[in-house]
Write a protein that binds this ligand. Structure first.
Ligand code: HEC
Ligand code: HEC
Length: 260
């Protein structure tokens, strides 16, 4: 019901600014309803049923990093975001992409996902000895094998963040269809390297090991090359962190954003 009211409010808004030439010009309420249906089919499994995020970013925000305006939002759906887990949604034609995009913009008018704890306390949990900075970089601090977390609050939603801490192998396997992260083991005549694959083409592969060193290997030199599915180099924190520490840490991760 709340959504409906906001949606019609937004339609009035669209109509009021029609002279400003928007790709949403001429869309009706039934286009938005269609956009919502398409969102459930094509986007919800990654972005959450209400767009609050999961494996994909929280879209219930008034500003989106990759989609500063409505044209770029529509284009993004056709092209995906190369090098990330956002695929091109090639099953949508331009009209459908416009309907979904208009619906996505209405999500930005809704309330943001609530934090379960205190992000400032979470920052201390994050930095506690032997912890996360050994494997992750946040705004230039830290090192290691894991992906940079500087804007992880933009890229991932609360449930996925929790899963990453409690059951990292499972969180990783959710993204694996799109191969955001993949653990690989490469054996050369000199020994074995295990780590996160950061790049691979027909001739070479780059692997970051647990110490943070990047190894660039020619495939010709490999005796064996193994992709280790559903295996994470990250420890499980479910049994290590108490409920409150966990909630605070997740809140800290949610607060890591490129733009406030
Ligand atoms: C397989 C999972 C997946 C599907 C399906 C998917 N997305 Fe995404 N999407 C992602 C991920 C992951 C990101 C974050 C990319 C990054 O920043 O690393 C993302 C990013 C985005 C962004 C950019 C957000 C920003 O902050 O600028 C938009 C917009 C978006 N998706 C919209 C959609 C829409 C609309 C659909 C359905 C038509 C969709 N996505 C389907 C995974 C998915
Ligand atoms: C030994 C190294 C290591 C440590 C320590 C570690 N991580 Fe990770 N982390 C990784 C790796 C590697 C990945 C990539 C996905 C995978 O392999 O599971 C990852 C993935 C993540 C992700 C998902 C990122 C994304 O974009 O999907 C989050 C969030 C995360 N780690 C948070 C943390 C936090 C918070 C801590 C401390 C409590 C921590 N990690 C400690 C190695 C580590």
């Amino acid at each position: 019901m709340k959504t409906r009211i906001i949606v019609s409010g937004l339609l009035t808004f669209f109509c009021a600014v029609t002279f400003a030439q928007s790709p949403f010009d001429g869309l009706t309420e039934s286009d938005l309803a269609e956009g919502e249906k398409l969102f459930r089919v094509h986007c919800a499994r990654c972005h959450g049923i209400d767009g609050g995020g999961g494996e994909g970013s929280n879209l219930a925000r008034s500003k989106l990093k990759y989609a500063p305006d409505d044209e770029s939002l529509i284009r993004l759906l056709g092209e995906g975001i190369p090098g990330t887990g956002m695929p091109e949604i090639w099953t949508l034609d331009v009209h459908q992409a416009t309907q979904v995009a208009a619906y996505v913009r209405t999500l930005g008018q809704l309330e943001e996902e609530e934090m379960p704890g205190d992000p400032q306390r979470g920052a201390l949990v994050y930095q506690s000895p032997g912890g996360c900075p050994a494997c992750h970089i946040v705004s230039g601090h830290g090192s290691g094998v894991g992906p940079e977390l500087t804007d992880v609050g933009d890229r991932r939603g609360i449930e996925y963040l929790r899963e990453s801490l409690v059951d990292p192998a499972n969180a990783q396997s959710q993204t694996m269809g799109y191969q955001d992260f993949l653990t690989v083991r490469a054996t050369t005549s000199e020994g074995q390297v295990e780590g996160l694959r950061i790049n691979e083409d027909a001739f070479s592969v780059q692997i970051r090991d647990v110490g943070g060193t990047v190894h660039s290997l020619r495939k010709d030199d490999l005796v064996e090359f193994e992709k280790v599915f559903a295996h994470s180099l990250m420890p499980e924190y479910g049994g290590v962190l108490t409920g409150r520490d966990m909630d605070d840490l997740i809140s800290y991760l949610m607060s890591l954003r490129a733009e406030q």
